[in-house]
Design a protein around this ligand. Sequence first.
Ligand code: ASP
Length: 331
Amino acid sequence: MSRRKFLKTSALGIGGILLAKCASGSDDITLEEKTVLTTITKPIVISTWNHGTAANKEAWKILSDGGNALDAVEAGVRVTESDATNRSVGLGGLPDREGKVTLDACIMNHENECGAVAFLQGIENPISVARKVMEETPHVMLVGKGAFDFAIEQGFEKRDLLTPEAKEAWLKWKESEAQKKPDINSENHDTIGMLAMDEVGNISGACTTSGWAYKLHGRVGDSPIIGAGLFVDNEVGGACATGMGEAVIRIAGSAIVVELMRQGKTPNEACKEAVKRIIKKHKEIKGLQVGFLAINKNGEVGGHSVFSGFNYAQKDNSTEELKDADYEMKR
Ligand code: ASP
């Protein structure tokens, strides 16, 4: 094999090359290549944290029926957004320090098309607004009142997202010492990031959150930022992030994970490398939790976090499980 061809092969992964060959309708696929194709895990969906299990189930309904990855990730994360008992995404999410629930979300498909909303209030499913931004406008991101007005124009309904339980938690926080020093911990974060590869091998991703609980009014995290909270390159794979968004933005986290996979790293190795970069770039690491989740064109999956405790849900034809990600430090 020539050096050029070898480099290309290792960058895309053999699965990526064969899937591209299939998608282009090429009929010169050898028996050997067919064998490789059948070992690619697809369809498949993965998503962050425990709430990923229910979200994956919804996504799987679409994927297992031959549906596309974009529809699957949108439908999947909508489950978490609409779950009023979830304190970190959509309806029922913990508010900012002024008691306002402000939402961030983005979506990206296999053609590098993407849409995002940030600092959006009063709309239960920001991921669907992000998709509308992608499909109905020439833009990538709308924020605040502009995003809200656009959502209403697109037929979304206004809804009060601050549930009595979230309001009570916020009022309690206001009275507490904690409000003097906002911290990100297992109670006040947990974005859902979801990545799916469909039957034809196309990858899409979605990421949605109410962000860092009790944040400053106007704060936007990594979750709606393409390349930070989410990135997909259908030639290589996809990645998403959870945890302290500020740290993820500083290293362009999800884009870095995808680029590391392009250079030949497995999803697991790529996530680990990005986590190590975060650790290296921060003087104070205590309490700085970040987790990355990634998938490549072979349907291989990996996750890694700064501290222990990050997990993700996986669903494919032979697997339905919640996995603990690898980590650098024990909490
Ligand atoms: N990454 C999200 C943010 O910074 C929060 C989280 O995932 O926990 O807004």
